[in-house]
Design a binder for this molecule. Sequence first.
Ligand SMILES: [Zn+2]
Length: 420
Amino acid sequence: MALTPRPEVSEVFPNVQQEVARLSALPEIRSAFAWLRAQEPQFAHWQLELARIPAPPFGEAARATWLTGKFRDLGLDDVHNDDVGNVFGSHPGAGESYVALSAHIDTVFPAGTPLNIKQQGSRLYGPGVSDNGAGVTAMLAIAALLRAVRICHALPFVFIGNVGEEGEGDLRGMRHIFSAPRWKDSIAYSLVLDGAGSDTIVAEALGSRRFEVIVRGPGGHSWSDFGAPNPILVLARAIEAFTETPVPSSPKTTFNIGVIRGGTSVNSIPESASMRVDIRSTSMAEMERLEQALRLALDHAVEEESQASQRRGATQRRPFGLSCEVVVIGNRPAGELDSNARILQVIRAVDAQLGNAAQVQRASTDANIPLSLGREAIAIGGGGSGGGAHTLQEWFDCRGRELGLKRVLLTLLALAGVSA
Ligand SMILES: [Zn+2]
C-alpha cells in the first residue's frame, strides 16, 4: 500500500478517552501488557516461520494450512477455511456481531522467488517478512494473549488470515468475506493489520480500476495493404483523447497508461495492440466518470481510424473490421470513514493513552471493502518498523512491536466492550 496523508479529523469524544483509560488500568490488561513484552522471541520465531512459506498471489494454500494449525494450537474456536482459502478462528463473547481482526497472508512475490529469510539481532530480513509477516504475527500474538490472560469482552472476535490482498489478488479474500451470508452483516468493526509500524491509521480507501484494452484489426503488409486500419493508431488516438480528460485535485483522481504492446515488425500493419490503464480516486463517482471517458475515447478512436483508413485508400480485399475489447483487470472500491466513526474515535483515544503519534492516511488495503460498504474499518500496522516492502531486501525490526500490540489490543477491547 502507498500512503498519503489526509486532513486531521475531529477531536476524540471525552467518554471514549475515559473508557480507554479505564481499560488500560484494569489488572488483567496490565498483566496482558507484561505478557506481550515477555513473548517477543516467540513472535519473531512465528514471523520467520511464516515468511519461509511461499504465498504468491493465488498460491496461498501452504501458508493458510500453517495458519490454520496455529489458530487451532492457540485454542481459537470454530477454526475453518472458506471456499477461497481465507482462514478463520473466533474468540467468544456475548454479542451477536463481531469485531474482526484480519491480516492478509499473500505476498507480491511470484512462485519460485527465493525466500532467504534470516534474523540478525532485532532485525528480520527477506521477502514478505514485514508485509505481511508483521500483520499476521500481530494477529497471532493477540490470539495467543487471549489464551494466556483471561479477559472477558462483550462482542466476540473473529480472527481472519485472508488471501488475495496484493496486486492481481484484487482484494478477493475480503470481497468474499463481505459477500458471505455468515459475515457480511455480522462484522460490526474491522481492524486490518497490514505491514509494520504504529504511526498510521488508514481511514480512507483509495479505489482503483485497471483495464487491459486490446484492439484487433485485419493486419497486413505495410506496402501492399497500405491503408488498412491499424490497432496501434487506434490506441494512439484513444490515448490522446482520454488523457485530455480533466481530473479534480480534490478528491484526488489520477490516470496512467502503464504498458503498451503490439505489432510484430516494422513492415507489418499490426493485427493487434494492447495497453494497460490505471485509474485511481477516493471517489467512486470520479472513477466511474473516467472509465466512461476511456470507453468513449476508444469508441471514437475506432470510428476515426476506420474513416482514416478509407481516406488512405484501404483495399477491400481483406476483412475490414476493427474490434476493441476492454477487460477489467483490477477493481478496488473507494470509500471513506465518517470522521465521527466510533472506530476512529477509539484508535485516536488509544494513541493518546499510549502517547503514540499517528497520522490518518489514505491507502488501498483490505479495509477498502468494508469502507466501500459504509462499514467501520481501519488499517494499521502490526508494530515494530519495516522497510523495502515488495522487494527482496524487505526487513522488519522487532523493536517497538510491543507498542503496536498494545495498540491493537486496546482498540479491539474498546470496540468490543469490557465490563467493569
Ligand atoms: Zn500488505
